[in-house]
Design a protein around this ligand. Structure first.
Ligand SMILES: [Zn+2]
Length: 203
């Protein structure tokens, strides 16, 4: 390597420092990744940097479901092959990835971007509940599947949503128990998630 240590030390440690702030990456992994990138082909390092910049500059929230999208509407909302009679309500965009990965659900989604948590000061107005109710009005939806995480916050949110949505005449279901309490949907394995979805029960 022909880099001058006197000028690169700061640059190298800056990347190590930034990487080690990422979830699941400790200082050792951050170091390994940094030195890997230092030796990787130029195009690879550049592609990674561009992807990271684009992630923030070229994405927005879908105007329909609040999933991450590259344009006004995400591919799921744009698709005419999705079952318009079902809407699956999740906490985070990555929960859609987990559910899409099992491949059996063909309905719509709605991303709340959080869960009600009085201890953390997150109220019903802080997540996309109003938007969900607006969306349900005049929609073709007949079943709302509440797929919030099986955590205290997720359960509270599910109960709250059921109280709001059931009286409007929609069938409201909840993912089956089987997902261990405290787990997050995005980390559930495919088999467990498939059973939870198939075994969903009405409130
Ligand atoms: Zn969408």
């Amino acid at each position: 390597m022909d880099l001058n240590p006197a000028t690169t030390t700061g640059t190298v440690s800056k990347l190590i420092q930034e990487l080690s702030r990422l979830p699941g990456i400790g200082p050792k992994s951050a170091q390994r990744l940094t030195y890997y990138l230092l030796r990787a082909p130029n195009e690879q390092a550049k592609a990674l940097a561009e992807a990271m910049i684009n992630l923030r500059q070229k994405t927005q929230l879908c105007s329909g479901c609040f999933n991450i999208a590259d344009s006004d509407f995400c591919p799921i909302c744009r698709s005419d092959e999705r079952d318009q009679s079902k809407i699956c309500v999740v906490e985070q965009p990555q929960d859609i990835l987990a559910l899409e990965h099992i491949g059996t659900y063909k309905g719509l989604y709605h991303v709340l971007h959080g869960a009600i948590s009085p201890t953390e000061g997150v109220g019903a107005d802080d997540i996309r509940i109003k938007e969900l109710l607006e969306r349900l009005k005049g929609s073709q939806v007949d079943e709302a599947i509440i797929a919030t995480n099986p955590t205290l916050e997720g359960e509270q949110t599910a109960m709250y949503l059921n109280k709001l949505i059931s009286p409007l005449g929609f069938k409201v279901t909840r993912l089956a128990r089987g997902l261990p309490f405290g787990t997050e949907l995005e980390y559930a394995d495919d088999v467990t998630l498939t059973h939870a979805l198939e075994g969903r029960q009405e409130f």
